[in-house]
Design a protein around this ligand. Structure first.
Ligand SMILES: NC(=O)C1=CN([C@@H]2O[C@H](COP(=O)(O)OP(=O)(O)OC[C@H]3O[C@@H](n4cnc5c(N)ncnc54)[C@H](OP(=O)(O)O)[C@@H]3O)[C@@H](O)[C@H]2O)C=CC1
Ligand SMILES: O=C1OC[C@@H](O)[C@H](O)[C@H]1O
Length: 365
């Protein structure tokens, strides 16, 4: 039988920081059941030396050996005709700037979360993408995991825990704020510092994914009650209650950079009238498996059924494959994370910040 060709995506990577290293490492790792082929076509950084160092470190053993073009600027990546899609891994405070520059050059884009600082910036970027006719999507990689699709099927088609009434998710990541330089993206307010946009967004995503069965195609704006705490002007803890008027479902969503997730490996809990689900992993961004339990009525925790999933590297390959498939199909939006859903998430976070008190300078614009 003739082999069905898989699409190839030639990526231009913007920045050489942590997330770019994770993304690239996953893309070049060998695998057998590839839905798409990924080529690291170009790397753009604030300095050529950093691009060279990044390529030497993360691409030297790559099975898909391909020498990327190495640039000492982002603009050279945007104007490289061999780049199909730009991956933006700059701090969130620069996402609008970097997206608009790539769009102006006619490039397709996968941009890290949080997509922008606020919903207004996100709308501006999507308007520009629409006018230019390019693809753009927020890299909310959690939504692309096969585990999430299976969990939602079990919750809302098989109704394995009865009526879902509540989800709780907490993202804890200890940061030694005093020890960080003032230029760190975790500390510089103009880069988008604060736990909500950085890690709370994952806890929020777990609530949306498990409380709204048909999102993003059909969704409901929850009522929001939120509080935030600050150290030296930077938000370090956010707690939110979401309440969905039509179903009564509640989300309890929180994030903190003041405390490390200790022994707990539970990153989200979903409660239903006949049972509950615990999602296991090292953080809400890194789920590993989930276990479906019957209703807990006695003293002992009941026996659950565990659903384990393949863990190809960190799991960035799912969003990368879907981006390549979107581009090959000529789509301008990701069906997994469409523009309207990114805007909705930003609007929820805007409201949390309005109640909690986090203000970024661009909010005033
Ligand atoms: N999906 C996920 O799991 C993760 C997503 N992220 C997201 O990725 C983005 C970047 O995070 P992360 O990689 O951890 O950040 P890093 O600080 O590790 O890297 C950011 C990179 O952006 C570039 N940059 C440009 N200007 C600045 C500046 N003024 N200060 C700092 N960096 C600058 C630098 O690259 P250069 O010098 O090469 O231009 C730098 O290496 C954030 O939006 C974050 O939310 C982060 C971690 C995980
Ligand atoms: O997205 C993220 O997940 C993992 C964290 O290390 C990081 O700060 C955050 O941006």
């Amino acid at each position: 039988m003739a082999e069905v060709p898989i699409p190839t995506c030639r990526w231009g990577i913007i920045t050489t920081g942590l997330i770019s290293s994770w993304f690239v490492a996953d893309l070049v790792a060998p695998r057998s059941d590839a839905k798409a082929r990924h080529v690291i076509q170009a790397i753009g950084s604030s300095s050529l030396d950093k691009s060279k160092g990044f390529a030497a470190k993360y691409l030297k053993d790559a099975a898909s050996a391909h020498d990327p073009a190495l640039y000492g600027s982002y603009a050279e990546v945007y104007s490289d005709p061999n780049v199909d899609c730009v991956y933006i891994g700059s701090p969130h405070g620069f996402h609008k700037r970097d997206c608009l520059a790539a769009i102006a050059a006619g490039k397709n884009i996968l941009c890290e979360k949080a997509f922008t600082i606020n919903a207004r910036e996100a709308r501006e970027v999507f308007d520009a993408a629409k006018q230019k006719g390019v693809y753009i999507a927020e890299a909310m990689w959690l939504r692309h995991r096969p585990m999430v699709t299976e969990l939602r099927r079990l919750l809302y088609e098989d109704n394995v825990i009865g009526e879902v009434f509540r989800t709780a998710s907490d993202f804890q990541m200890y940061l030694d704020m005093a020890g960080l330089p003032s230029t760190s993206r975790y500390k510089d307010i103009d880069l988008g510092a604060g736990s909500l946009l950085d890690i709370g967004i994952y806890a929020l995503t777990w609530a949306i994914l498990t409380l709204e069965p048909k999102a993003p195609a059909q969704r409901e704006m929850p009522k929001i009650m939120a509080a935030q705490s600050f150290v030296d002007g930077i938000e370090v803890t956010t707690s939110v209650v979401l309440h969905y008027p039509s179903s009564g479902r509640q989300g309890i969503v929180s994030s903190t950079t003041e405390r490390k997730n200790g022994a707990s490996q539970i990153v989200a809990t979903i409660d239903g009238t006949n049972g509950f689900v615990e999602v296991e992993g090292s953080a809400p961004s890194h789920p590993r498996s989930f276990t479906v339990y019957p209703k807990w009525t006695g003293d002992e925790k009941p026996q659950g059924k565990k659903y384990d999933f393949d863990r190809p590297q960190q799991g960035f390959i799912y969003e990368a494959d879907n981006t390549a498939l979107d581009l090959a199909a000529g789509r301008k939006e990701s069906p997994v994370m469409p523009w309207s859903e990114t805007i909705r998430v930003m609007e929820i976070m805007d409201e949390i910040r309005r109640q909690g008190g986090t203000k970024y300078s661009v909010d005033a614009a």
